[in-house]
Design a protein around this ligand. Structure first.
Ligand SMILES: *Cc1c(COP(=O)(O)O)cnc(C)c1O
Length: 369
């Protein structure tokens, strides 16, 4: 840990390696591991994270969009990359960069076959996504016949894998629903094997699925949030290490009198003599206005200080009354204390949204190798 001299998101690559090994220890030795690095690896810096995971021997990457896969290839990533949510307008770029599309509807299958044909491809690797209850993206179970028909006599593409996504793998109250998804997925995969005459590999589980449904690992698992240090439950969180720490420093300290206000719209009003510190980060850095007005704390030398008043675009103010500190001292916004999970919870959201929202304006620094 180095001391911050400005706002930085410090990425701990040793913590990433620890989380990867922990998650691997929860799956079979034959089960492949797909690292989900979409959205700048959930805000953590996609390229450094992917290169580290590739060095650790990860089997596959997943991104959401084609441009994310292109950035990985341009950085020298050689591992296969699944694009979860491609559009026909980027299919030729996808092929040019050797990325592998998720085919998720009859329209997408038809359009991809067309592009693959125009570009003279044979056996281009693709993946079939089925909807088993999330109702977001994917073929329906009864599309299997349609898919088999559309592929008959075509050699432009090959189906490498079949997959689906769980709607509530972290919520054990939805266990019955999840078991239903697992059953339909198995049924779909079996029907496909029969119709296609070969067996694409199968994958279903995200991070919480790995933890809660080990019986449904199939041939591969897909993990994002777990790699970055969050398991959606306290017992698992305790065994993972947060990869990202958002740190900043105190720009200025103000001493204010009773009945003074702080910040826009005078949203904070002091009841007594207070000491207020101004920090150089705001909603344009990803700390949204939801975190203002006393709901959320950060730490200064390990002591809690509340965010007061309205979060500004480039600044937040915290109440440091009674805390021994000076201008230039370090402030932890989230990391070990508070954790991103705890910080996010104060505004009714989740670690995923908080870390993925830290804007590209915030400098990334790296520790570990
Ligand atoms: C984002 C995503 C994942 C990763 O989920 P985590 O909960 O972060 O492990 C896996 N599969 C799909 C289809 C996704 O979109």
């Amino acid at each position: 840990m180095s001391k911050a001299t400005e706002t930085v998101l410090e990425i701990d690559l040793d913590a990433l390696a620890h989380n990867y090994r922990f998650l691997r220890s929860r799956i079979g030795s034959e089960t492949q591991f797909m690292g989900v690095v979409k959205a700048f690896a959930y805000g953590n810096d996609m390229l450094r994270i992917a290169l580290k995971l590739e060095a650790l021997g990860i089997d596959y990457f997943a991104v959401a969009y084609v441009k994310e896969g292109v950035a990985l290839r341009n950085a020298g990533v050689k591992t296969p990359i699944l694009v979860l949510h491609p559009q026909p307008s980027n299919f030729s770029e996808l092929i040019a960069y050797g990325l592998e599309p998720s085919l998720y509807s009859p329209r997408i299958l038809r359009e991809f076959l067309e592009t693959a044909k125009e570009l003279g491809q044979t056996d281009y690797p693709t993946h079939l996504k089925f909807n088993t209850g999330l109702n977001r993206l994917g073929f329906w179970e009864n599309d299997v016949d349609h898919i088999a028909g559309a592929l008959k006599g075509r050699d432009e593409i090959k189906i490498c894998s079949v997959f689906s996504h769980l709607a509530a793998s972290e919520d054990l109250r939805e266990r019955e629903f999840t078991l239903g998804q697992i059953t339909s997925f198995r049924k779909i995969a079996e029907a496909l094997d029969e119709k296609l005459g070969h067996s694409p590999f199968r994958h279903l589980l995200n991070t919480s699925g790995i933890i809660n449904y080990p019986e449904a690992q199939f041939n591969m698992v897909r993990s994002g949030i777990g790699l970055y240090g969050f398991g959606n439950e306290a017992e698992i969180d305790a065994q993972l290490k947060p990869v990202a720490t958002l740190k900043t420093i105190i720009s200025q300290i103000h001493k204010i009198e009773p009945a003074e206000s702080v910040g826009y719209n005078r949203a904070y009003s002091s009841e007594g003599y207070r000491t207020i510190a101004t920090l150089p980060l705001g909603h344009a850095d990803g700390i949204s206005r939801q975190y203002g007005n006393g709901k959320t704390y950060v730490t200064v030398g390990g002591e809690k200080a509340c965010i007061i008043g309205n979060v500004c675009m480039d600044m937040i103010m915290i109440d440091i009354s009674g805390i021994e500190c000076r201008e230039g001292d370090e402030v932890v916004i989230f990391g070990k204390n508070p954790t991103a999970e705890a910080f996010a919870a104060t505004a009714g959201t989740i670690s995923y949204e908080l870390i993925a929202s830290i804007s590209q304006r915030v400098k990334r620094t790296f520790i570990g190798v």
